[in-house]
Every structure is written in C-alpha cells, then in structure tokens.
Design a protein around this ligand. Structure first.
Ligand code: PMP
Length: 352
C-alpha cells in the first residue's frame, strides 16, 4: 500500500442491478416501470432548445418544488428535491446522522443504507426482520442516533402498518426518522400526513418507479420547515446545482399529469396481482407485496439456479447472494406480456 493510501477514504460501494445493452431482454431486475413517462415529458425532450443549457439551472429548482407543492398540498418550504432519492437519502444521512449512538435500519433492506453509513462513518445497527420478514416495531423503540425505514420495504415488498410506523416516530422525538417511500405509490399508505405532527419525520419519495423516470434522476422529501432548511444548507455547501434544467422541466410535466400517473399505477398493480396468483399456483412463496416487485422463493428450486436459467432465457431478475435471502428472487413487475413470458418459462421449469 502506498503511503498516501493511508488517508484515503475507502468504501465498498453499492452494487446496482445490471443494465445490459441488449434490447431483446425482459428486464425485471431493477424495479423500473415498464411504461413510458407522461407524454408531457416526451414533448419537453423533443421541443427543448439547447440554448437553455447555456445558463446555470435554477439552484432552488423552484418550478419542480412548486409542482410538487401543488400536487401534494404541502408548502414549498417543506419540500426538498435531489438527483434521485439516492441523492436525497445520502444528503439526509450527511445532514441528520451526526451523533454517537448508532442509527437503526432493518437487516434485510435497501443495501445502500449501510454504504452511506460507512461512507460518512455513521455508527449503525441492523435490526433483524422476524421469521416472516416483518419489521418488528419494538426494535425501534430504544435510544439511537436516528432511524431509516423503507415502506414498503425492499427487497421484500412488504408494507408496514402506518399506525406502527407512527409509534416508532412518536417514540423517537430526539432523532430524525426517515421513511423511504420509493415504492409507496403502488398501493401503500404514505406517512406524508404525519409531517405536520412530527417535526423529526422526513418522508422520501422518487420519480424513478411510479413516474417512470429512473433515467432522469429525481427524488424529493417532505418534512418540517426546519428539516428542509437544514437539508438545503447541506446541499448548498456541497453542490448548488444538483437539478439540471432539463430534469426540472420534465419533472414538472410528470407531476402535472395525474391522470396518466394513476393509469400507469393501475396497470402495474393489476399485473402484480395477476402475477402473484400465477406464482402461487406454481408453488412460489412470498409476502404480500405492495410495491412494483415480488420477492419470491420456491421450496423445491434453488433461487440461484432459477436466476441463471432465467438469465439464459433473456429474462433478468435480481438475486442477492446474502444471508437469509439467498433463496429468493426479486422480480420487478413488467408489462402484462412480459410477465406472461416469465410465467410460461417458470411453468415449464417447475414442470407444472
Ligand atoms: N430507496 C429504495 C428502497 C430503493 O429501492 C431505491 C431504488 N434503488 C431507491 C431508494 C433509490 O431510487 P432513486 O435514486 O432512483 O430515486
């Protein structure tokens, strides 16, 4: 090791799902939405003049914040926007978790949380899900440096009851509680209504899944004025221009088109429910997902082998070679047709 390496911040980075170039595959591995973004987004893409890129973007991303404010009926001062919810979450870890006590999050969860904790040297403690992969409320009712709970959880897809989440938020008034709602639009109940009651609550959402804009990178958070002010102070101390001009304009269009949003969600949920029934028929077991993916296991067929067989067929799902979940596949919900192709392969595979 070179001497200069002693003072290098060493990190083991998060591993994102594969993004293969091949256009023919059925891609069910990164929870993307199979439907295109709202038509207004395409219009911006076609009509935007490159001249507008000469100038810096609006550092406050005011147009996007305003669109979110009108859509969700939340004052602008209570909304923060960032480059995907990953950026919003990373900025939140940096801003809010500076104590000595460990922050708490589930052992089976979004695998970026421990990466950010390591990056910022935040002490953390994973709280094991129970045998049914449920988050146990009691685990979060103790002194800690902060809490992060995804709802629905990933990769399980399970939703935690809002009343239970409120117990956790209410029991921890001295630290920040982050509810990561990346998948909330697929039938879950948001904690957004609680931000006026708890000034320590931050609710984080994204355009990547329900608004089909993973490639554009837009995330946002709702919280008390104080929380949002602290987040913006950290952001402006880091990079003023996180949101670019094109992204801001497209984000506005995506938020404004509620009819398109509702229709897309409806289709994904209908396909998810159909997929659940079919998987059950083939002997797969899984929790009742309220997200745009299903985390399934088969008692007779090892997930690792199934993953490889599916890949060979050009069907990509996600497999995590990790303790407790190494016999599960996380299957994102694609179009009806894509899911039919997946199911007919699985039917053959399990000999049903
Ligand atoms: N939270 C959870 C639970 C996720 O699964 C993801 C998607 N990888 C994110 C946050 C980040 O999504 P994005 O940065 O695309 O908004």
């Amino acid at each position: 090791m070179a001497a200069w390496e002693t003072n290098v911040r060493k990190v083991i980075p998060y591993t994102p799902g594969e993004q293969p170039e091949c256009p023919d595959i059925i891609k069910l591995n990164t929870n993307e939405n199979p439907y295109p973004p709202a038509p207004g987004v395409t219009r911006i893409l076609r009509e935007m003049d490159a001249e507008c890129l000469r100038k810096y973007p609006d550092p406050t991303a005011d147009a996007l914040v305003l669109a979110l404010s009108e859509h969700y009926h939340v004052p602008k001062e209570q909304i923060f926007v960032g480059v995907g919810s990953d950026d919003v979450l990373a900025m939140s870890f940096l801003t809010f978790f500076n104590g000595e006590k460990p922050i708490l999050f589930p052992d089976i969860t979004y695998s970026f949380y421990d990466v950010w904790a390591e990056l910022y040297r935040i002490p953390y403690e994973r709280q094991p899900l129970d045998d049914r992969f449920e988050i146990r409320t009691e685990d979060y009712l103790k002194p800690c440096g902060g809490i992060v709970i995804p709802n629905p959880n990933a990769p399980t897809g399970a939703e935690k009851d809002l009343a239970e989440l409120e117990r956790i938020i209410a029991a921890n008034p001295d630290v920040i509680v982050i509810i990561d709602e990346a998948y909330i639009d697929f039938g879950g109940t948001s904690a957004l209504g609680l931000i006026s009651k708890y000034d320590n609550l931050l609710v984080v959402q994204t355009f990547s899944k329900s608004r089909s804009l993973a490639g554009m990178r837009i995330g946002y958070a709702f919280g008390s004025k104080e929380l949002i002010r602290y987040l913006n102070d950290a952001k402006y101390s880091f990079n003023s221009y996180t949101m670019n001009t094109v992204t801001i304009a497209m984000g506005v269009e995506a938020v404004k088109d509620d009819a398109y949003f509702q229709e897309t969600i409806r289709k994904v949920i209908a396909t998810r429910e159909w997929t659940k029934e079919e998987l059950r028929r083939l002997g797969f077991v899984f929790q009742d997902s309220r997200s745009n993916f299903i985390f399934a296991s088969h008692p007779d067929y090892p997930a690792k082998e199934l993953f490889a067989a599916l890949k060979q067929q050009g069907i990509y799902v996600r497999y995590f070679e990790k303790p407790r979940i190494d016999n599960y596949l996380r299957i994102s919900i694609g179009t009806e047709e894509e899911m039919k192709t997946l199911l007919s392969f699985l039917k053959q595979y399990v000999g049903a």
